[in-house]
Ligand binder design. Structure first.
Ligand code: GUN
Length: 285
């Protein structure tokens, strides 16, 4: 078998095209969606991600407000900035790029974001809403993954879904979303025994472990859908958590890196920002 490639870049472009039309309509009602993006420090990968988010905003007509803060910014100063943005009517969405420097507690910062402006869907209130089946926003990477799976035409209901990785950003919320769509979900992690065998049960495998080309053809059942969330540097190449060449030979569908999950994460972020602008202007939140 030779897997079909799921084109995340193309799908993200379609979503952004629809959003641009929606933003034009909002502007006729004098509503300009705005996203504040905060980055602390000089992490090169984070800087690239933030730059791409800014480009997406420009493409769609969303106003972006960038705050590049020095590495030694205190937790108090960061939270004070967030509190100002929480009540700024021009700002509909707030995103704090992770990871933060070690001296800043991520959970405290996330909790300081107004849940109605939580474009990342990281706030415990929004995580709780997702877990109980009444989400306001959708978490960006997991929602992007679901959209990518949808393009295959295969129904998630009743399928064995194996999520490798249990992070708050990807693994856990992806499992929640697959479960809400009636998947039979297994979440694996570094302590999982017989990882290969567990992965091989998956009709759908989501790899989010952060280890370059860790998942090879021995982990994948013939005909499975494989979603690669990884972004790793290997000998100057950008590679995922999946060994693309070998897994392509057994999977039915596979996402590439780059051009798979990454663009979809940003497209959903834009969608959340537009939704936040609508909800705030209709005084729903
Ligand atoms: N760092 C890696 N991925 C993400 C993301 O989706 N959102 C934020 N805020 N930081 C990240």
């Amino acid at each position: 078998m030779s897997a079909k490639i799921i084109d995340g870049k193309k799908l993200a472009k379609e979503i952004k095209h629809d959003l641009a039309k929606k933003v034009m309509q909002l502007k006729q009602r004098s509503i300009i969606p705005g996203l504040a993006v905060i980055i602390v420090g000089e992490d090169p990968a984070s800087k690239i991600y933030v730059k791409r988010k800014k480009c997406d905003c420009e493409e769609i007509g969303i106003e972006s407000f960038e705050y590049s803060l020095p590495e030694d910014t205190s937790e108090k100063d960061l939270i004070e900035l967030i509190e100002r943005l929480n009540v700024d009517s021009k700002v509909n969405g707030i995103l704090v790029q992770l990871p933060l420097p070690k001296h800043i507690k991520e959970d405290k910062v996330i909790c300081s974001i107004n849940p109605g402006k939580d474009a990342d869907c990281f706030h415990p209130m929004n995580v709780g809403r997702l877990s109980t089946g009444r989400p306001l926003f959708l978490p960006c990477t997991p929602a992007g993954i679901i959209e990518l799976i949808r393009t295959t035409g295969i129904d998630i209901s009743g399928k064995e879904c194996v999520v490798v990785g249990r992070s708050n950003i990807v693994g856990k919320p992806t499992a929640m979303m697959l479960l809400a769509l009636n998947g039979t979900v297994t979440v694996c992690h570094s302590k999982t025994k017989n990882l290969k065998e567990v992965c091989k049960r998956g009709d759908i495998v989501v790899a989010a472990i952060g280890k370059a080309e860790f998942i090879n053809e021995n982990y994948i059942k013939e005909g499975a859908i494989v979603i690669d969330v990884g972004m790793n540097r290997l000998d100057d190449r950008l590679v995922g958590d999946v060994e693309f060449e070998s897994v392509s030979k057994v999977a039915s569908f596979i996402t590439p890196v780059p051009g798979g999950v990454g663009p979809m994460t940003r497209a959903i972020l834009m969608k959340n920002t537009v939704l936040a602008a609508i909800l705030q202007n209709e005084s729903i939140i």
